[in-house]
Design a protein around this ligand. Structure first.
Ligand SMILES: *Cc1c(COP(=O)(O)O)cnc(C)c1O
Length: 337
């Protein structure tokens, strides 16, 4: 196979096996099949292609120092996908079966799981309306599909702060829209703002709320946090995606580091005057934010170095993921090969 583990990035490296199961609108899922990874056949009138009736998830399998394989809170991904399915009028894929498929996909693609600290095997479960329907209404048939790709470690040159820009030109999600589920339709709209930000030298944009343009919502497709003294503040998940990393960081900050954790609207001024700011998501786990640009002015955090509390949280959560810190929460699922 000859994968060069040191050159992995977050680009697609196809693996051997994918999983496919189909269902009617009532959730009568077929047993499903493990098939060679490859193209699929789909009707041009499929709900997912015409009306965006689709969801995705993302989770990672890691190899520990001792060579064990772990998944981080995979049932949370199953639950979030089920919540999204209800929102988009799709049948839910059963939680236990979801977990079983994740484990089997890892086993069948085990040669693609990078060595300890060289990256992870990224799993991509999708739920799509694949039945044909002309009018705007739920599709008559659904497909649950899972594929995998090895990906490199996010911070190749170590844990370094990123630069972000608050955008006043675009919004990501509207109140009571679909921003709080991983609907595929939420993401293409973020490509232009991200592209513009990158051409200006930033890693991503920070989105403000669509109602008042005053409160921070998210960083591209990652959750936003700020630290003031011993308080950790993050926006509520009304039009923000309920991240699993977000939820885990909130719990650790409270239980392990004795921080006060508050879920409330984060005013721009709050963020710009915070001691430390960071973003969370499965891809990078925690990204330290070193600089934010807003209305042509730059705000720098902790002299553009990773803040001490951000670093503690990062070390603790990645420590649990790699079984180097005791998992008192039962978040880790061991995958026995
Ligand atoms: C997936 C995602 C996140 C991060 O969620 P995790 O469960 O931590 O990976 C945050 N925001 C958006 C918009 C997302 O799509």
């Amino acid at each position: 196979m000859g994968i060069n583990w040191d050159s992995l990035t977050f680009s697609l490296t196809p693996t051997d096996t994918m999983f496919i199961s189909t269902s009617d609108i009532d959730g009568n899922w077929s047993v499903g099949e493990y098939l060679p990874y490859g193209d699929i056949k789909i009707s041009p009138a499929a709900g997912v292609l015409n009306y965006g009736q689709g969801l995705f998830e993302g989770l990672k399998a890691y190899r520990t120092k001792e060579g064990k394989i772990t998944l981080f809170r995979p049932i949370e991904n199953a639950k979030r996908m089920a919540a999204g399915a209800r929102r988009l009028c799709m049948p839910e894929f059963p939680e236990e079966k979801f977990l079983e498929v994740m484990i089997e996909i890892i086993k069948r693609n085990i040669d693609y799981l990078p060595p300890y600290k060289k990256g992870s095997l990224y799993l991509r479960p999708c739920l799509w309306g694949t039945g044909a329907r002309l009018g705007v209404a739920p599709a008559p048939e659904y497909t649950f599909i899972v594929y995998a790709s090895p990906v490199g470690p996010y911070f190749k040159e170590g844990f370094k702060p990123i630069k972000l820009k608050i955008t006043t030109d675009f919004h990501r999600a509207a109140p009571r829209g679909t921003g709080n589920v991983k609907a595929i339709g939420n993401y293409a709209g973020g490509m232009l703002p991200a592209k513009k930000a990158k051409s200006d030298g930033f890693s991503e944009v920070i989105y403000l709320d669509a109602k008042k343009d005053l409160y921070i919502e998210e960083v591209g497709a990652a959750n936003f946090f700020c630290i003031k003294g011993d308080t950790l503040i993050t926006p509520p998940t009304d039009s923000v995606l309920p991240g699993i990393t977000r939820k885990s960081v909130m719990q650790i900050a409270k239980d392990v580091f004795g921080m006060e954790v508050i879920e409330r609207a984060v005013h721009i001024d709050d963020a710009l005057t915070a001691d430390e700011v960071f973003a969370t998501g499965t891809a990078a786990v925690i990204s330290s934010i070193g600089l934010i640009e807003y209305q042509e002015k730059e705000y720098i955090y902790n002299n553009f170095t990773v803040g001490p509390k951000t670093e503690q949280l990062y070390n603790y959560i990645t420590g649990i993921q790699l079984k180097e810190i005791e998992d008192k929460y039962g978040w880790i699922v061991d995958v026995d090969i």
